[in-house]
Ligand binder design. Structure first.
Ligand code: SF4
Length: 453
């Protein structure tokens, strides 16, 4: 829910799709809008040149009035952004388009390259001039400086030098390349659409454009889509898998599927487990829209309590809180949610949230429920305490309340009658993964990639 932990970007690409690749990419990006709302952009190739349209704000706003009929492109890549590195400015909007010895290309990246600052410093000392403050541009420079003559070799060399999380798309006049870091931290899926290919951060984007899910890009794999068909190229040796569990907890849309497991069903199972581990003497269960609703439904089901809509979200604000800046976030929360007095007044309420970051949002929501007449508020968190930051694409720069307060102290701070978390074991079990296949860094401090703090 409202938090200081954010989606960090969404990517969408399409290859060999008649002439309306750009319009389809806009639709795909709208389906991925929850992953980033600061900027949106699309690159496509026209007569050997990389064209682009990028802008600040939501996809719909950036492409409002855009004349698709003037574009004849059968391939495109797109990006929605939340800035985890670099400022939220137009110059940092992706995809990045650049041209060099290897020809024109465009790049869209979801993730975070933890050693990008040091590589950038070295490159600048050697004369490179950066156009943006994003970590993704480091890859463009490494590609441009590679001494190999083909793009595959240059990518091997460039990605061999970076450490971190990436689900990345690269568009050239001849190919669309889709690649994932060796740990598979960020998601990337492949689909088929009318004989063409689609790559996207989540399956919900495949569904929205009418593509059929084929498979996920494997950790360390690069998939090449071209007129020659699909080719899997082992880019880097896969390392211990470390899929980000926060994709299941919060980032992804409930209708998306990772590793064959639907996100809504995983969240519901987390809620069910939470009800068993942390029961409450209550009259109703309610969740915080939208990301906590699946877990709240699961909690109510397992607890045998009525599931009620206790909070209403103003749908016309978008996910305002996702924007950087504390003041903007605070205003976003206040405008965003309102309790239904008739539902909560006089009731003992279980309030389910998917995770707890700083506690200030929970404090405001508990206050709202009490002002609406709730007799008791029992806060239940469908994930364990977050005690560590994430240097892998998620912004947790701000204070983590669970790192310095016990659940009892947090309950007191937010004004709840009780507060309990889901255990790490039950959270992992709900995903169907083994703990060793997931990144649990923000809960356990064991990150798959060494971070530069
Ligand atoms: S530390 Fe790991 S689990 Fe937590 S948000 Fe970052 S990548 Fe995801």
């Amino acid at each position: 829910m409202n938090r200081l932990i954010y989606e960090e970007c969404g990517v969408f690409g399409i290859w060999s799709h008649g002439q309306n690749a750009v319009e389809t990419t806009v639709i795909g990006l709208i389906a991925l809008q929850h992953r980033g709302q600061e900027s949106a952009g699309i690159c496509w190739c026209h007569e050997g040149e990389m064209m682009h349209k990028r802008g600040m704000g939501l996809v719909e706003d950036v492409f409002h009035g855009f004349d698709y009929s003037a574009i004849d492109a059968c391939a495109a890549i797109g990006h929605v952004r939340y800035s985890t590195t670099g400022k939220s400015t137009l110059v940092n909007a992706q995809p990045l388009a650049f041209s060099g010895r290897l020809g024109p290309m465009a790049l869209a990246h979801n993730g975070n390259l933890v050693n990008a600052p040091e590589i950038r410093t070295q490159l600048e000392q050697q004369g490179s001039i950066f156009q943006t403050s994003t970590d993704s541009e480091v890859v463009a420079h490494l590609l441009a400086r590679s001494t190999t003559t083909d793009l595959d070799g240059a990518l091997l060399s460039a990605l061999g030098q970076v450490r971190g999380a990436y689900a990345m798309l690269i568009l050239t006049p001849d190919r669309l390349l889709a690649m994932r870091d060796p740990h598979g931290i960020r998601p990337l899926v492949l689909g088929k659409l009318n004989g063409g290919w689609v790559a996207a951060s989540e399956t919900c984007a495949l569904d929205t454009v009418g593509a059929e899910f084929i498979r996920e890009v494997e950790p360390g794999e690069m998939v090449s889509l071209s007129s020659a068909g699909i080719e899997s190229i082992p880019l880097l040796p896969p390392r211990k898998q470390a899929f980000c569990i926060f994709e299941y907890i919060y980032f992804a849309r409930p209708d998306s599927v990772f590793a064959g497991r639907n996100v809504h069903m995983v969240r519901r199972e987390m809620g069910r487990a939470l009800a068993k581990e942390a029961p409450a003497d209550a009259d109703i269960v309610t969740g915080i829209p939208d990301s906590s609703l699946s877990a709240a439904a699961g909690y109510a089901e397992a607890a045998g309590l009525p599931y009620e809509t206790g909070l209403i979200r103003n749908r016309y604000l978008g996910r305002t809180f996702i924007k950087p800046g504390q003041q903007q976030r605070a205003r976003g929360v206040a405008l965003k949610l309102n309790p239904i007095r008739g539902v909560v007044a006089g009731k003992k309420v279980v309030l389910v949230d998917d995770s707890l970051i700083r506690g200030t949002t929970s404090l405001r929501i508990v206050q709202m429920l009490r002002q609406a007449g709730a007799k008791e508020v029992h806060l239940r968190i469908a994930s364990p305490p977050i005690t560590h930051g994430c240097g892998l694409g998620i912004d947790t720069k701000d204070e983590l309340i669970a790192a310095r307060m016990s659940p009892r102290e947090i309950a007191e701070y937010v004004g709840a009658d009780s507060l309990e978390y889901l255990s790490c074991q039950s959270m992992v079990a709900a995903t169907g993964f083994q703990a060793c296949e997931l990144c649990l860094g923000c809960f356990q401090g064991t990150h798959p990639v060494r971070r530069e703090d």
